[in-house]
Design a protein around this ligand. Structure first.
Ligand code: SF4
Length: 60
């Protein structure tokens, strides 16, 4: 699979509250080199750096 924002160390996942539980969604924001909204499946840019997060942590 091609690298995308959700597997990048700079991607911050957003969550929604459903009842008493927070559920990760496929939207978030990037914090490098500036804060900007991103879809989790956005194609990786030149600032991409592989995250150590597991698939569960990246909500795949
Ligand atoms: S926009 Fe680039 S630096 Fe930001 S999360 Fe996506 S791949 Fe990473």
């Amino acid at each position: 699979m091609e690298n995308c924002c959700k597997t990048c160390v700079h991607f911050i996942t957003h969550y929604v509250l459903t009842g008493e539980k927070y559920i990760p969604i496929d939207l978030g924001h990037c914090i490098f080199p500036r804060i900007k909204p991103r879809d989790a499946l956005t194609k990786a840019c030149s600032h991409f750096s592989q995250s150590e997060k597991t698939d569960t942590e990246t909500n795949t």
